[in-house]
Design a protein around this ligand. Sequence first.
Ligand code: TXA
Ligand code: MG
Length: 553
Amino acid sequence: METIYYDLRDTKGQQKEIEDKISAAAKILREGGLVAIPTETVYGLGADGSNPEAVRRIFEVKGRPQDNPLILHVTGAQWLPRYCVDIPPVAYVLARKFWPGPLTMILKRQPSVPDETTAGLDTVGVRCPNHPVTLAIIREAGMAIAAPSANTSGRPSCTTAQDVVQDVGGRVDAIVDGGPCAVGVESTVLDLTCEPPRLLRPGGLPLEDMERLIGHIDVDKAVIASLSANERPSAPGMKYRHYAPKAPVTVITGAPIASAREIERRAGPGSGVICFDEYADMFAGRVVRSLGPRNDKQVQAQRLFEALRSFDETDVTEIYAQCPDNRGLGLAIGNRLKKAAGFHVIEADSQRVILGLTGGTGAGKTSALNALRDLGGQVIDCDAVYKEVLESSAEFQNAINVKFPGVFDAKGRLNRKKLGEEVFAKRDRLDELNKIVFRYLLPEIERRVEAAEGLYAIDAINLFESGLDRLCDRTVAVTAPTELRVRRIMARDDIPEYYARLRVGAQKPDDYYRGKCDEELNNAADSPEEFRKEARLFFERLVESILEKKRHG
Ligand code: TXA
Ligand code: MG
């Protein structure tokens, strides 16, 4: 069939002409046709979401498995009640902040949404894309557009209209070119039918941004690892081999310099390499696609799928890909790379173990850290690094001074007690302070982690709030019974019981740390020496199991 091509890259030009094209695309949709549409994430293959016949054609053209539901694209949260029931308030909170944008919410569906669209599930995914052309088409068509990504099933998603022509040209009624996609990876899929909400697919909206707004979100297992044959994924799409170029892909994780060296060791003349800009020179003679600067995940996301696709025009026999860390957009980029690799992942710094340690006062974190030192480990004390960085950075001091005037004395020394009083029990002031501190502190911690070899521990109270947990191989909560903690800090700091209780009570409960960390080290020992011995054994086993996993996956 002939595919009509609508060029709508420039929406500032001839208004009449633009409106005509939008009306024409909307008309095709109303009549049950298929139209490829631009969004900020990736191109979609759209049809009238309430027309079972039209939706069935999407599956045919894409070669998509029948059990994989589609997302409904709408122009705002006011559309939710048309397609969903039992909508929790948090859906509106998220929509107000992040729509239009790369967030898909899974909600209970109205019975009127056809089974074809939801693949028979009693839930439906809804999202408001941030692209003026597609928003105009939805408005004009007066319907929610059901659309999966426009690639044929299994291939990397399309981030330009040319990709779409390649994959489904001649098999759809129209392709609307809205220019290259600004985000480059698909939307974040968040299940709101459970409590806490669950991340089913990391995407263009970082997990941290959502957690900052609505609190803790569980991360579905399929996001980080491949599911075994008998496991049922929460998002049906997560079980398929995906995004894969023809040549097999191997993902190399770890600090950028370490992963680059690992690829250098492995890649032969017939290999393809996906790497950060800084390392491209190391791979002369191979087919290299650079993903963008190592610290610019936004650019990496934009280039990811094009890089994967482009290898199919070459005759590389294998592909090695450098992988960013899991923070921010890195979680989505790493997920797509790992899926493209069928979760064939090699850890570059296989001799390095980074543990994150956290826990309340009096639980025994200091003894635990000493136990790690006994094993030859080194400790990155975030509080000490904070002081160092603060002392040496006028910019950092200034940033604090602007938001918290008067906390520095005449000699320019920070009055920590005064600052503490200012943020103590004031959640939003504490958030403000943390934001500044993290901005200046994290790059320094990252630098130290990257340079680390062997066993390292990051000692941070705000391990999770800062996102430092994502640099760690494993996180450990040091916990202890409250009564023991009270007695310990009474003895340690020589303070009366009521004050010790106050301090313990002002901190997050052990359950918080327990819920967040991968491991728990409980300290009910009679003496610090005894606990240190127990902790040493605990860490010895933990490190061994981590190394074992790194060696054999
Ligand atoms: O950015 C995007 O989300 C793009 C653009 C076009 O909007 N669309 C997209 O659609 O990536 P698709 O179909 O390629 O991926 C949708 C994912 C699949 O993994 C699917 O299984 C999951 O969302 N999904 C859709 N509806 C669901 C539901 N009711 N429950 C659980 N997962 C669902
Ligand atoms: Mg897809």
